[in-house]
Design a protein around this ligand. Structure first.
Ligand SMILES: [Ca+2]
Ligand SMILES: [Ca+2]
Length: 247
Protein backbone atom coordinates (compact mmCIF):
# COMPACT_ATOMS: atom_id res chain seq x y z
CA UNK A 1 0.00 0.00 0.00
CA UNK A 2 1.56 3.29 -1.00
CA UNK A 3 1.51 6.42 1.10
CA UNK A 4 -1.24 8.08 -0.98
CA UNK A 5 -3.48 5.06 -0.65
CA UNK A 6 -2.96 5.04 3.13
CA UNK A 7 -3.89 8.76 3.22
CA UNK A 8 -7.07 8.13 1.24
CA UNK A 9 -8.10 5.22 3.47
CA UNK A 10 -7.36 7.26 6.60
CA UNK A 11 -9.36 10.18 5.18
CA UNK A 12 -12.33 7.97 4.50
CA UNK A 13 -12.10 6.53 8.01
CA UNK A 14 -11.99 9.99 9.61
CA UNK A 15 -14.95 11.14 7.50
CA UNK A 16 -16.88 8.04 8.51
CA UNK A 17 -16.13 8.57 12.20
CA UNK A 18 -17.17 12.22 12.00
CA UNK A 19 -20.50 11.27 10.39
CA UNK A 20 -20.97 8.59 12.97
CA UNK A 21 -20.32 10.91 15.93
CA UNK A 22 -22.40 13.69 14.42
CA UNK A 23 -25.38 11.38 14.04
CA UNK A 24 -24.87 10.07 17.57
CA UNK A 25 -24.90 13.66 18.81
CA UNK A 26 -27.97 14.41 16.72
CA UNK A 27 -29.68 11.53 18.39
CA UNK A 28 -28.73 12.83 21.83
CA UNK A 29 -29.97 16.28 20.91
CA UNK A 30 -33.36 14.99 19.84
CA UNK A 31 -36.07 16.59 21.95
CA UNK A 32 -38.05 14.17 24.05
CA UNK A 33 -41.17 12.81 22.43
CA UNK A 34 -44.27 14.87 22.98
CA UNK A 35 -45.36 14.79 26.53
CA UNK A 36 -46.71 11.36 27.29
CA UNK A 37 -49.90 11.52 29.23
CA UNK A 38 -48.29 10.92 32.60
CA UNK A 39 -49.45 7.57 33.61
CA UNK A 40 -50.22 6.35 37.04
CA UNK A 41 -47.33 6.36 39.43
CA UNK A 42 -48.46 4.48 42.47
CA UNK A 43 -51.09 2.32 43.98
CA UNK A 44 -51.41 -0.19 41.17
CA UNK A 45 -50.84 -3.72 42.25
CA UNK A 46 -50.03 -5.90 39.32
CA UNK A 47 -50.52 -9.07 41.36
CA UNK A 48 -54.07 -8.13 42.35
CA UNK A 49 -56.89 -9.63 40.33
CA UNK A 50 -58.73 -7.03 38.31
CA UNK A 51 -62.42 -7.30 37.50
CA UNK A 52 -64.64 -5.34 35.08
CA UNK A 53 -66.17 -2.19 36.58
CA UNK A 54 -69.94 -2.17 36.60
CA UNK A 55 -70.80 0.94 34.65
CA UNK A 56 -74.28 2.35 34.40
CA UNK A 57 -74.73 3.80 30.95
CA UNK A 58 -77.44 6.20 29.78
CA UNK A 59 -79.55 5.67 26.66
CA UNK A 60 -77.88 6.37 23.31
CA UNK A 61 -79.15 9.68 21.96
CA UNK A 62 -78.22 9.14 18.32
CA UNK A 63 -77.43 6.27 15.99
CA UNK A 64 -74.97 5.65 13.24
CA UNK A 65 -71.56 6.97 12.42
CA UNK A 66 -71.03 10.70 12.61
CA UNK A 67 -70.55 12.32 9.24
CA UNK A 68 -69.38 15.82 10.10
CA UNK A 69 -65.79 14.72 10.71
CA UNK A 70 -63.64 17.78 11.23
CA UNK A 71 -60.69 17.78 8.81
CA UNK A 72 -57.11 17.57 9.97
CA UNK A 73 -57.79 16.31 13.43
CA UNK A 74 -56.24 13.44 15.31
CA UNK A 75 -59.57 11.79 15.77
CA UNK A 76 -60.19 8.29 17.01
CA UNK A 77 -62.51 6.47 14.59
CA UNK A 78 -65.90 5.63 16.10
CA UNK A 79 -65.76 2.21 17.75
CA UNK A 80 -67.74 -0.64 16.30
CA UNK A 81 -69.39 -2.58 19.09
CA UNK A 82 -69.33 -1.95 22.81
CA UNK A 83 -66.33 -0.70 24.74
CA UNK A 84 -64.07 -3.41 26.19
CA UNK A 85 -64.51 -3.74 29.97
CA UNK A 86 -62.74 -1.24 32.21
CA UNK A 87 -60.75 -3.19 34.79
CA UNK A 88 -60.15 -2.38 38.46
CA UNK A 89 -59.62 -4.26 41.73
CA UNK A 90 -62.76 -5.76 43.32
CA UNK A 91 -64.59 -3.20 45.47
CA UNK A 92 -63.63 -0.18 43.34
CA UNK A 93 -66.45 2.37 43.45
CA UNK A 94 -67.39 5.74 42.02
CA UNK A 95 -66.10 7.94 44.83
CA UNK A 96 -67.28 11.16 43.17
CA UNK A 97 -71.02 10.46 43.46
CA UNK A 98 -72.84 13.41 45.03
CA UNK A 99 -69.68 15.41 45.69
CA UNK A 100 -69.74 19.20 45.30
CA UNK A 101 -68.08 20.45 42.11
CA UNK A 102 -66.09 23.63 41.60
CA UNK A 103 -65.28 25.25 38.26
CA UNK A 104 -63.39 27.98 36.46
CA UNK A 105 -66.87 29.21 35.50
CA UNK A 106 -68.75 29.89 38.72
CA UNK A 107 -71.82 31.10 36.91
CA UNK A 108 -72.84 28.45 34.36
CA UNK A 109 -74.97 29.53 31.40
CA UNK A 110 -77.31 26.54 31.68
CA UNK A 111 -77.80 24.22 34.64
CA UNK A 112 -75.68 23.91 37.73
CA UNK A 113 -72.43 22.23 38.69
CA UNK A 114 -74.35 19.79 40.89
CA UNK A 115 -75.52 18.02 37.73
CA UNK A 116 -71.98 16.68 37.21
CA UNK A 117 -72.15 14.27 40.15
CA UNK A 118 -75.90 13.61 40.46
CA UNK A 119 -75.83 10.25 38.67
CA UNK A 120 -78.02 11.38 35.76
CA UNK A 121 -76.13 10.83 32.51
CA UNK A 122 -78.99 11.05 30.05
CA UNK A 123 -78.67 13.20 26.97
CA UNK A 124 -81.67 15.36 27.75
CA UNK A 125 -82.30 19.03 28.32
CA UNK A 126 -81.78 19.72 31.98
CA UNK A 127 -79.16 16.98 32.40
CA UNK A 128 -76.07 18.96 31.49
CA UNK A 129 -74.36 22.09 32.69
CA UNK A 130 -73.17 24.59 30.10
CA UNK A 131 -70.04 26.54 30.97
CA UNK A 132 -68.75 29.54 29.05
CA UNK A 133 -66.47 29.58 26.01
CA UNK A 134 -62.66 29.19 25.93
CA UNK A 135 -60.96 26.76 28.25
CA UNK A 136 -63.03 25.86 31.29
CA UNK A 137 -62.50 23.26 33.96
CA UNK A 138 -64.49 21.47 36.59
CA UNK A 139 -62.93 20.03 39.72
CA UNK A 140 -63.71 17.35 42.26
CA UNK A 141 -62.35 17.15 45.78
CA UNK A 142 -62.56 13.50 46.78
CA UNK A 143 -61.99 14.58 50.44
CA UNK A 144 -59.26 11.95 50.86
CA UNK A 145 -56.62 10.27 48.78
CA UNK A 146 -57.80 7.44 46.58
CA UNK A 147 -56.06 4.98 44.31
CA UNK A 148 -57.93 5.88 41.13
CA UNK A 149 -58.42 3.24 38.44
CA UNK A 150 -60.71 5.02 36.00
CA UNK A 151 -62.23 8.41 35.34
CA UNK A 152 -65.34 8.56 33.19
CA UNK A 153 -66.70 11.73 31.71
CA UNK A 154 -69.76 12.54 29.66
CA UNK A 155 -69.80 15.99 28.09
CA UNK A 156 -72.97 16.55 26.04
CA UNK A 157 -73.78 13.40 24.08
CA UNK A 158 -77.06 14.65 22.65
CA UNK A 159 -75.58 14.70 19.15
CA UNK A 160 -72.32 13.71 17.48
CA UNK A 161 -69.63 16.12 18.56
CA UNK A 162 -65.99 16.20 19.52
CA UNK A 163 -64.84 18.29 22.48
CA UNK A 164 -61.48 19.96 22.10
CA UNK A 165 -58.48 20.06 24.41
CA UNK A 166 -59.84 17.44 26.77
CA UNK A 167 -57.34 17.28 29.63
CA UNK A 168 -57.71 15.29 32.85
CA UNK A 169 -55.32 15.95 35.70
CA UNK A 170 -54.98 14.99 39.34
CA UNK A 171 -53.12 16.80 42.10
CA UNK A 172 -52.51 16.83 45.84
CA UNK A 173 -53.88 20.36 46.32
CA UNK A 174 -56.97 22.27 45.22
CA UNK A 175 -54.91 24.86 43.33
CA UNK A 176 -53.20 22.26 41.17
CA UNK A 177 -49.68 23.19 42.13
CA UNK A 178 -48.53 20.12 44.08
CA UNK A 179 -47.82 16.82 42.40
CA UNK A 180 -49.90 17.53 39.30
CA UNK A 181 -50.18 14.54 37.00
CA UNK A 182 -51.78 14.57 33.56
CA UNK A 183 -53.76 11.41 32.92
CA UNK A 184 -55.27 12.34 29.56
CA UNK A 185 -54.52 15.15 27.16
CA UNK A 186 -55.68 15.43 23.55
CA UNK A 187 -54.62 19.06 23.07
CA UNK A 188 -52.13 18.52 20.24
CA UNK A 189 -51.18 22.14 19.75
CA UNK A 190 -51.14 23.24 23.39
CA UNK A 191 -53.92 25.74 22.73
CA UNK A 192 -55.07 25.21 26.32
CA UNK A 193 -51.57 25.82 27.70
CA UNK A 194 -51.38 22.62 29.74
CA UNK A 195 -48.76 21.00 27.53
CA UNK A 196 -48.89 19.09 24.27
CA UNK A 197 -50.97 15.94 24.59
CA UNK A 198 -50.64 12.75 22.59
CA UNK A 199 -54.08 11.28 23.25
CA UNK A 200 -56.65 11.25 20.49
CA UNK A 201 -59.79 13.30 20.13
CA UNK A 202 -62.96 11.23 20.30
CA UNK A 203 -66.65 11.30 19.50
CA UNK A 204 -68.87 11.95 22.45
CA UNK A 205 -71.33 9.06 22.92
CA UNK A 206 -73.61 7.61 25.57
CA UNK A 207 -70.70 5.43 26.74
CA UNK A 208 -68.78 8.48 27.91
CA UNK A 209 -64.99 8.55 27.84
CA UNK A 210 -63.26 6.03 30.10
CA UNK A 211 -59.76 7.03 31.07
CA UNK A 212 -57.92 4.17 32.76
CA UNK A 213 -55.56 5.48 35.39
CA UNK A 214 -53.87 2.41 36.87
CA UNK A 215 -54.28 3.24 40.53
CA UNK A 216 -52.85 6.75 40.53
CA UNK A 217 -53.15 8.18 44.05
CA UNK A 218 -54.72 11.61 44.37
CA UNK A 219 -57.37 13.68 46.13
CA UNK A 220 -58.20 16.32 43.51
CA UNK A 221 -59.37 15.70 39.94
CA UNK A 222 -59.69 18.42 37.32
CA UNK A 223 -61.31 18.02 33.88
CA UNK A 224 -60.71 20.64 31.25
CA UNK A 225 -62.02 21.34 27.75
CA UNK A 226 -62.19 24.13 25.20
CA UNK A 227 -65.38 24.05 23.18
CA UNK A 228 -66.46 21.40 20.71
CA UNK A 229 -67.32 20.85 17.07
CA UNK A 230 -70.86 21.83 18.12
CA UNK A 231 -70.08 25.26 19.56
CA UNK A 232 -67.62 27.19 21.73
CA UNK A 233 -69.25 26.21 25.00
CA UNK A 234 -68.18 23.53 27.45
CA UNK A 235 -70.63 20.94 28.70
CA UNK A 236 -70.66 18.30 31.40
CA UNK A 237 -73.36 15.73 32.01
CA UNK A 238 -71.53 13.55 34.51
CA UNK A 239 -68.08 12.69 35.83
CA UNK A 240 -67.21 9.55 37.75
CA UNK A 241 -64.00 8.67 39.58
CA UNK A 242 -63.53 5.00 40.32
CA UNK A 243 -61.18 4.36 43.19
CA UNK A 244 -60.40 2.69 46.48
CA UNK A 245 -59.10 4.44 49.60
CA UNK A 246 -55.33 4.90 49.34
CA UNK A 247 -53.35 2.99 51.92
CA1 LIG B 1 -75.47 14.34 35.77
CA1 LIG C 1 -55.83 22.27 20.89
Amino acid sequence: MNVNRVRVVAGVLVAYMLTCCASAQDKKADPPATQPAAKADAGAKTDEKLVPLELKLPKPAFKGTPTNIPPGTNLEPPRKGPRPPVLAPPGTKNVAAGLPVTSSDRDPIIGSLKLITDGDKEASEGSYVELGPKRQWVQLDLKAKYAIYAILVWHNHMNARVYHDVVVQVADDADFIENVRTLFNNDHDNSSGLGIGSDKEYWETFEGKAIETKGVVARYVRLSSKGSTGDDMNHYTEAEVFGVPAK
